[in-house]
Design a protein around this ligand. Structure first.
Ligand SMILES: [Mn+2]
Length: 321
């Protein structure tokens, strides 16, 4: 019998699986990739009796493979907060899906495990830029400000590591990073004991963010701002967390970061205004490779010829705010 653990390569995916495998350790084949590599189930060839766990990737984007895997006799547990569409019914299928804008996968797993690894859940929730949810989650721990920001930084750095157009852009393969986090029952132990990993992420994050900070807005109105980043590894790594940072700095505005792809065209990250988390997915789904959540969404491949239409759709959507 084979276990397959399929998880998004960002902070939320890693922190969700870390909690699950601390509670219930198994030897599993890890299926993951860069944050945007979400069709993970296409890589799973499961047989009768195998167990497949899927975390933090849209069911809508994996439904055909999910049905194939269930049809082949495997048992599936699926936990996520992205748009799911129709959820299949099957005796061997357990799902925990909640697309609410203040929920993430780490938080759903934390509930399932009755808060056993709460500090990992808090880090994952900060990583998905759900600050308020993370702060509420952290209340019972009564952490000092310093300890709370340590968890926030960890979440931001783990999330930062997941961006990039391919694995070569990243400091750590998400499977290797999970291999390190799962060694520690507490996220604080990871920070204190795996100093090399933590500092590599911390230094990479700050150096990439310093480069992004010098980029001026490419397009801006009272309601939206668009930033364009160049075709360089630092830009691909920092695009998503840069978007979160802009959103935190100007919570009334919607932001888009469009990053040149090595193959041509752009990768787009959209962040809805934090004061009203809606519409990011609606905007992105109007483009062929777009998807995501109401608060944060993206387009994987925006052709050069569609940039103008994107800026029109994006600024029009948020102009009435
Ligand atoms: Mn997530």
């Amino acid at each position: 019998m084979t276990h397959f653990d399929c998880f998004n390569g960002d902070a939320d995916g890693i922190c969700a699986l870390t909690q699950l495998r601390l509670a219930n350790p198994v030897q599993a084949q890890l299926v993951t990739g860069v944050k945007r590599d979400i069709k993970l189930l296409s890589r799973v060839a499961a047989k009768d009796g195998d167990v497949v766990t899927v975390l933090d990737v849209s069911m809508d984007k994996n439904r055909a493979d999910l049905e194939r895997i269930l049809g082949d006799g495997a048992e599936v547990f699926y936990c996520d907060h992205h748009y799911a569409g129709d959820i299949p019914q099957h005796a061997a299928f357990e799902h925990l899906i909640n697309p609410a804008s203040d929920v993430c996968t780490s938080l759903l797993i934390n509930k399932k495990l009755n808060g056993q690894y709460l500090d990992w859940a808090i880090a994952g929730t900060f990583g998905d830029n759900l600050k308020r949810s993370a702060q509420i989650l952290a209340k019972p721990l009564g952490l000092s400000d310093g300890k709370l920001s340590a968890l926030e930084n960890l979440g931001v750095y783990l999330n930062y590591n997941g961006y990039g157009s391919d694995l070569d852009d990243l400091y750590f393969h998400p499977a290797d990073l999970f291999g390190k986090t799962v060694q520690h029952k507490s996220a604080f132990d990871f920070i204190e004991q795996d100093v090399n990993t933590f500092e590599t992420l911390e230094q990479g994050y700050h150096s990439d963010m310093a480069k992004a900070a010098s980029v001026e807005a490419y397009y801006g109105t009272e309601h939206v701002a668009v930033y364009q980043l160049p075709n360089q590894a630092w830009a691909r790594r920092v695009s998503g967390v840069f978007g979160n940072d802009l959103a935190n700095q100007s919570p009334a505005k919607a932001h888009a970061v469009i990053t040149e792809r090595p193959q041509g065209g752009f990768v787009v990250s959209v962040r809805a205004p934090l004061e009203r988390k809606s519409g990011a997915d609606e905007v992105c789904r109007q483009f062929e490779s777009g998807g995501g959540r109401a608060a944060a969404a993206g387009i994987n491949e925006l052709p050069d010829t569609e940039v103008k239409r994107f800026i029109d759709v994006f600024s029009q959507h948020y102009s009435s705010f």
